[in-house]
Write a protein that binds this ligand. Structure first.
Ligand SMILES: Nc1ncnc2c1ncn2[C@@H]1O[C@H](COP(=O)(O)OP(=O)(O)OP(=O)(O)O)[C@@H](O)[C@H]1O
Ligand SMILES: [Mg+2]
Length: 264
């Protein structure tokens, strides 16, 4: 197992490679824990490019991205931010949860994300032209129901969008086995259990359990935990704090685990 092992769900690896060759930025969408970050790490090593990750939030400013003038020992010196360093170094710049950033902070990306491929550093009075190997990648989860945030069309339409989702059951079980070391039967039961809950998601209105929580449960099982305890702690408990919903989920999960039993 390497930290970079990535199981593709479709043609996303080839699409990403083509976008890289064509110097087009990529936008990844998909639910939490479906493999977006893992995919970017994997593509970085496949393309031989370092990945510079920036986690976006409400308060992030364009200066946090591009850099700022700092006073050091009486001199005013320009300091590159992570985006500028990534552009200059020809890296993959990965802006995670980009939807959390304010529109004015993202405006600096527009010239970088279109045919100009340039970063305008007004305060440093400098224009940085992106080298061929630079790539901009953003991601966000469109399904967060609490989020009223939207990306502007002028931003979204600059990107090649790759919509990701949880893998098909067989493939997701491959991930669980590889990441945790549990045997295939356990992985199959966990994936079946998750899919049973995902099916009930419409009723409960929460983010469905992700591949991430299945891997965590599988790791506890590999370390000796009982399946139902690991599922309770990693899969069910993070979904809801409501006791009645918790009881309902436990029943669904137990039924899912039993139904996922492989015939002997
Ligand atoms: N396709 C995949 N191949 C390999 N591992 C995967 C895959 N999808 C999910 N995983 C496992 O799930 C974990 C979570 O994946 P990852 O961190 O990439 O999710 P994410 O989509 O970035 O989630 P978030 O939106 O919460 O940041 C990984 O650490 C890995 O163990
Ligand atoms: Mg991520």
């Amino acid at each position: 197992m390497t930290s970079d092992s990535y199981f593709a769900g479709g043609g996303e690896v080839e699409l990403f490679e083509r976008a890289f060759q064509q110097h087009l930025p990529v936008m990844l969408t998909g639910p939490t824990g479906c493999g977006k970050t893992r995919f970017v790490e994997h593509m970085g090593s496949l393309l031989g490019r370092p990945v510079v990750t920036v986690s976006c939030h409400d308060d992030i400013t364009s200066s946090d991205l591009v850099g700022r003038l700092l006073v050091t020992g009486g001199d005013v010196v320009w300091n590159d931010g992570p985006l500028t360093r990534a552009v200059k170094g020809g890296a993959i710049c990965y802006l995670d949860e980009v939807i959390e950033a304010r529109h004015d902070s993202l405006a600096v990306l527009h010239s970088l994300a279109d045919h100009r491929r340039a970063l305008y550093l007004d305060r440093a009075d400098e224009v940085v032209q992106a080298p061929e190997s630079f790539m901009l990648v953003c991601s966000y989860n469109p399904a967060y129901r609490s989020s009223l945030k939207v990306l502007k069309p002028s931003f979204r339409q600059r990107f090649v969008t790759i919509a990701m989702d949880y893998l098909a059951p067989e493939r997701e079980a491959d991930v669980v086995v590889t990441e945790s070391g549990v045997d295939r039967a356990v992985a199959t039961r966990l994936v079946h259990c998750a899919n049973t809950i995902r099916g009930a998601d419409e009723i409960f209105h929460f983010e469905p359990p992700s591949t991430r929580v299945l891997v965590a449960a599988a790791r506890l099982i590999a370390a000796g935990a009982r399946e139902i305890d690991a599922v309770q702690a990693c899969v069910l408990a993070p979904l809801s704090t409501d006791t009645a919903i918790g009881d309902g989920l436990r029943q669904i999960a137990t039924a899912g685990l039993l139904a996922g039993e492989e015939p002997v």
